[in-house]
Design a protein around this ligand. Structure first.
Ligand code: MG
Length: 381
C-alpha cells in the first residue's frame, strides 16, 4: 500500500489526482492540503478519509474543523503544509500548489526522501539545482507531472542520456497563436483565459497565453533532466496531442501522445516504473486526423526568449523571472497592467535583478520578493 500527501487538492491538478486515485486501489490518501476552498475540502475528506488536513487560510481551517469527522487533524498555515510533505506516514507527495508558494513543501519532500510528483513547476524553475542535488543526497525521486516533462521522461527511456541530441517541447501556442502583435497588445483577461485545448487554473492559463508557461518549462527541463540549454527546442503544436519529443543521435525521434488530459502524466508519476491500466482517454488518431507543427515566434511572444536566457544563466535567474511573472499575472488579472507588460516586466526583472550564480534557498526567496516589489514599483510608474 502506498500513501499520498496531496498538496493543492482543490485545484485542477489536485482534482485530477483524486480522479486517477479512483482507479488505483493500492494507494491511500494520508493527507490533503489546500488554500481556502473548505467546502470542496470537506467533500474530499468524506470521500478519502485522510488522517491530516491543512488549509493555508486560517479562517477556512476553522470552518472546516467544525464539519469534518472526529479524528481528522485540521491545521492551517504554510508550516503545517510543509509538515505534510515530510510526514513519515506518506511515501509520495503530489506537489500541486501553484507558484513560488509551493517551493517550501517541495523542498521538504525532497529532504525527507519522498517520491515527489511535481506539478509545481515554479519550484523547479526557482530552485532546480537545490532540488536535484537534494534528491541525490536523500534518495528522493522527482517525477514530473507537467505533461511535456512527463512526455520527455517517458521518451528518454528509449535511449541513454548521452545519446540525446535534442529535447523538443511542444506548445499549443495558446489562445493568441494566430493573433497579430497589435491584437495581442490589446488582449483582455477574459480573452487570455480562453485556452483552446487545456482546462487549467487561471495562473497557468495566462502563462499559456503569454507563452511564459513554455519559458518556465524550458527552465524546468534544463534542471529536471540536467540538459544543456542548446539541447532544448520548442515547437508549436496546436492540437496538444504530441506532448513532447526526444530526438536521439541516430535520427530517431521518440514522442509521447495522448489527449490533453493531466490524468495521464499524474498516473505515470504515481505508478512509475509501472503503467497502471485505466478505462478512460484512449487516443483515436483517426478522429484527431491532423497533427500540425509550426515554428515559435519570439517577436510576438518574447517570454520565450526570457525562458532560454534564464535557463542559460541559472543561479537566481529563474526565481527573478518567475517571481516577476507571478506578480505581473496577478496585476493583469486585476486589469492594472496590459497584456504585453507581463513579459516585458518579467524580462526586465530577469535582466536587472542582483544576480547570484550559486544561491541558497533563502537567497531565492529574497530574489522572489525583490522581483515582486520590482513589478509593483515599475507597473505603477
Ligand atoms: Mg506543461
Amino acid at each position: 500500500m502506498r500513501s499520498i500527501a496531496l498538496l493543492g487538492s482543490t485545484g485542477s491538478i489536485g482534482k485530477s489526482t483524486l480522479k486517477v486515485l479512483e482507479e488505483l486501489p493500492d494507494f491511500r490518501v494520508q493527507s490533503l492540503a489546500a488554500n481556502g476552498e473548505w467546502k470542496t475540502m470537506r467533500e474530499q475528506v468524506v470521500r478519502w478519509k485522510p488522517a491530516r488536513v491543512v488549509m493555508a487560510d486560517p479562517a477556512a481551517a476553522k470552518e472546516l474543523a467544525a464539519v469534518v469527522p472526529a479524528g481528522v487533524e485540521v491545521r492551517s498555515g504554510a508550516d503545517a503544509i510543509r509538515d505534510l510533505a515530510s510526514d513519515p506516514e506518506a511515501d509520495t507527495v503530489v506537489a500541486a500548489i501553484t507558484g513560488a508558494a509551493g517551493l517550501p513543501a517541495s523542498v521538504a519532500a525532497v529532504s525527507a526522501g519522498k517520491r515527489l510528483c511535481l506539478a509545481n513547476k515554479e519550484a523547479m524553475v526557482m530552485a532546480g539545482p537545490l532540488l536535484t542535488a537534494g534528491a541525490e543526497e536523500t534518495g528522493a525521486t522527482i517525477l514530473p507531472i507537467d505533461s511535456e516533462h512527463s512526455a520527455v521522461f517517458q521518451a528518454m527511456r528509449a535511449g541513454n542520456m548521452d545519446e540525446i541530441r535534442r529535447v523538443i517541447l511542444t506548445a499549443s501556442g495558446g489562445p493568441f497563436r494566430e493573433w497579430t502583435k497589435e491584437q495581442i497588445d490589446a488582449a483582455t483577461p477574459e480573452q487570455a483565459l480562453k485556452h483552446p485545448t487545456w482546462q487549467m487554473g487561471a495562473k497557468i492559463t495566462i502563462d499559456s497565453a503569454t507563452m511564459m508557461n513554455k519559458a518556465l518549462e524550458i527552465i524546468e527541463a534544463r534542471w529536471l533532466f540536467s540538459l544543456d540549454v542548446e539541447k532544448i527546442a520548442v515547437v508549436i503544436h496546436p492540437q496538444s496531442i504530441v506532448h513532447s519529443m526526444v530526438e536521439f543521435h541516430d535520427a530517431s525521434t521518440i514522442a509521447q501522445l495522448g489527449y490533453p488530459d493531466m490524468c495521464v502524466p499524474i498516473r505515470y508519476a504515481l505508478t512509475f516504473p509501472r503503467r497502471a491500466p485505466t478505462a478512460f482517454g484512449f487516443l483515436d488518431l483517426v478522429k484527431a486526423q491532423r497533427l500540425d507543427f509550426f515554428p515559435t515566434d519570439p517577436a510576438r511572444f518574447p517570454a520565450l526568449t526570457h525562458g532560454f536566457e534564464a535557463a542559460r544563466r541559472g543561479g537566481t535567474s529563474g526565481a527573478a523571472l518567475n517571481g516577476a511573472n507571478e506578480a505581473a499575472v496577478a496585476l493583469f488579472l486585476e486589469k492594472k497592467i496590459r497584456f504585453p507588460q507581463i513579459a516585458a516586466l518579467s524580462g526586465r526583472a530577469l535582466a536587472e535583478h542582483p544576480f547570484n550564480p550559486t544561491p541558497a534557498l533563502g537567497d531565492l526567496f529574497a530574489i522572489d520578493a525583490w522581483a515582486r516589489a520590482f513589478v509593483a514599483r515599475e507597473s505603477s510608474k
